[in-house]
Design a protein around this ligand. Structure first.
Ligand code: HEC
Ligand code: HEC
Length: 507
């Protein structure tokens, strides 16, 4: 309809009017219409993300492995031995929960013994991929999200963050003991105080828990009724993560026209980044194209990557391109965690780097770049500094967070004192238990309650209603743990059969 000359003029005019910064500003984070972001939902998601009570042993929160000051990744690491320890297929992953049986009791794990289990890949940033259709190094999460209980599709598109959340929560190396049912987690949240294990709550979290001091109340505020479900947990955590947009880097300010935002070396690094074509994959402004490549870190036998999802041999060893925003804050690099320094990760791309394992990989040299040592240094300045959002580095809003129990752990090996008298009473087919705080100990963080030597509850309260108790004679024990997981001695009680005489409780 438009005469061609007019259309050309309009296009040219738009080009001239649009500042470069506007062209390269971060796009809006895709939000699935089924899960709109609201403030009560965002805060609930933040509380859940940082609550170690979501794990089967009260020691691991999402945030344990994803900390802003470490670029959304994990400052800790453990060694996953691959098929055999001490060889090149080892991976530096994240420590999760200890090996447990379905009763929640620690068991000897065939690989990790009594220690923490280690994930098979390094944890990437949780907020570098907010725009991605698919999450995880191999893209196995999303975009469709199904209710894990009913199998019903609850989000058709853009549901990768929701899908990924339930994978993390149900992964037996990360947060969940084998065989944990969703009902077990949702029932736990119904009676546990939100964020009870963490200290130093951020302002928004403090206000939300101040107004609604229980999880059912927080869920009601966010979803209209107090029901706690796996889907709602995923919705809230995803909504929170979608607000973690790290768009205040020196590079963003430079793009918006502030020529002083980047140092001379950073500007040179930005030029090298373009001329070397790093940005073919690490495409600005996200610094990723969310595609999958095998850049030749190690042989595909050790990790099939994307092929494990698609079954296509062309995808063998392909891993998701990580966003380089805030990469300067990470403690380890690549899906293997094999580099401990950003400089080493950049140097990996250097032509002629001596890398014996890599030389055996077919096609591994494809992504080698002929960069000078000056370019390498400038790239280091650019990625290391100019792509860092100071709010992420300093953990200020919206990247602020509470301190985790594990961070409060001291070297102290002194166990807490034994909890006071434990009593058990049958009420309508349930067993109501209560005990006293240890008289002289202040270091108690939570209590472990066992029924017949299997974990019945981990709780910060001094009472618990056991709804799964059978009518038979039962023995209960409770002991206290401090932040460092030192365990007190146990208080014990035996309660007779439901049909038997009352009043048998006591020590
Ligand atoms: C024990 C450490 C650990 C815990 C706990 C953990 N994660 Fe992760 N996270 C990882 C690892 C490792 C990966 C990469 C796994 C893979 O790709 O194979 C990952 C991947 C992710 C990703 C995908 C990022 C991307 O760009 O692909 C997101 C998002 C994420 N986690 C969020 C969460 C949330 C939300 C929780 C809590 C429900 C959580 N994580 C709990 C270690 C952890
Ligand atoms: C062909 C696509 C591609 C190109 C081109 C590319 N990269 Fe990468 N980059 C990747 C992929 C894929 C990974 C993750 C690899 C893995 O872990 O297996 C990665 C990882 C990285 C990492 C580690 C990030 C982290 O958080 O672990 C850095 C740093 C990096 N690249 C910098 C560069 C630089 C600098 C250049 C240019 C010299 C470049 N990349 C060119 C695809 C690419």
């Amino acid at each position: 309809m438009d005469p061609p000359s007019l259309r050309a003029r309009v296009t040219l005019g738009l080009l001239l009017l649009a500042p470069v910064g506007a062209v390269l500003a971060l796009p809006r984070v895709p939000v699935p219409p089924e899960n709109p972001i609201t403030e009560p939902k965002r805060v609930l998601g933040k509380i859940l993300f940082w609550d170690e009570q979501l794990s089967s042993d009260n020691t691991v929160a999402c945030g344990t492995c994803h900390r802003p000051a470490s670029g959304g990744a994990d400052p800790r690491y453990g060694r996953h031995p691959g098929t055999d320890p001490g060889t090149i297929d080892d991976v530096y992953g994240s420590p999760g929960i200890v090996g447990m049986d379905s009763g929640g009791m620690a068991v000897e794990h065939p690989v990790f013994g009594r220690g923490h289990q280690i994930t098979g890949r390094l944890s990437p940033s949780n907020f570098g991929g907010l725009w991605a259709e698919r999450l995880f190094w191999d893209g196995s999460a999303g975009p469709e999200f199904r209710d894990p209980v009913t199998g019903r599709v609850v989000i058709e598109r853009h549901g990768a963050l929701e899908a990924q959340t339930l994978v993390a929560l149900s992964n037996d190396a990360e947060m969940m003991k084998p065989g944990r049912e969703w009902a077990e987690l949702t029932a736990k949240l119904e009676h546990e105080a939100p964020l009870a294990l963490a200290t130093g709550w951020p302002e928004d979290v403090r206000a939300a828990i101040g107004a609604d001091p229980s999880y059912p109340a927080l869920f009601e505020r966010a979803f209209g009724d107090p029901a706690i479900t796996a889907v709602r947990i995923a919705f809230a955590i995803a909504a929170y993560q979608r607000t973690l947009v790290a768009d205040e880097t020196p590079w963003d300010r430079y793009q918006a026209g502030d020529d002083d935002a980047m140092t001379a070396a950073e500007v040179q690094g930005w030029r090298a980044f373009q001329s070397l074509r790093c940005m073919n994959c690490h495409v600005p402004p996200l610094f990723t194209n969310d595609a999958f490549f095998n850049i030749g870190l190690r042989r595909v036998e050790y990790d099939p990557g994307r092929m494990g999802v698609t079954g296509d041999p062309a995808d063998a060893g392909d891993m998701k391109v990580p966003s380089l925003r805030n990469a300067g804050l990470r403690k380890r690099f690549m899906h293997t965690g094999e580099f401990t320094h950003l400089g080493a990760a950049i140097g990996f791309y250097q032509t002629g780097t001596v890398f014996p394992e890599r030389d055996d990989i077919p096609g591994a040299g494809t992504y080698a770049f002929n960069m000078s040592s000056v370019q390498e240094r400038d790239l280091f300045a650019f990625i290391g500094e100019a792509l860092t959002d100071p709010r992420v580095r300093d953990e200020t809003y919206p990247f602020d967070r509470p301190r985790l129990r594990t961070e409060n752990a001291t070297q102290d090996t002194q166990p807490p004192a034994v909890p006071g008298k434990l009593t058990a009473t049958r009420v309508d087919g349930e067993v109501v238990l209560s005990w006293d705080e240890p008289a002289d100990d202040t270091g108690v963080v939570d209590y472990v309650l066992q029924r017949n030597r299997r974990i019945a509850a981990l709780t910060t309260a001094t009472r618990f209603t056991d709804r799964d108790a059978g009518p038979e004679r039962l023995s209960y024990r409770v002991y206290a743990r401090d932040a460092a997981l030192n365990e007190s001695g146990a208080a014990e009680v035996i309660i007779g059969e439901a049909a038997g005489p009352e009043g048998e409780s006591g020590r």
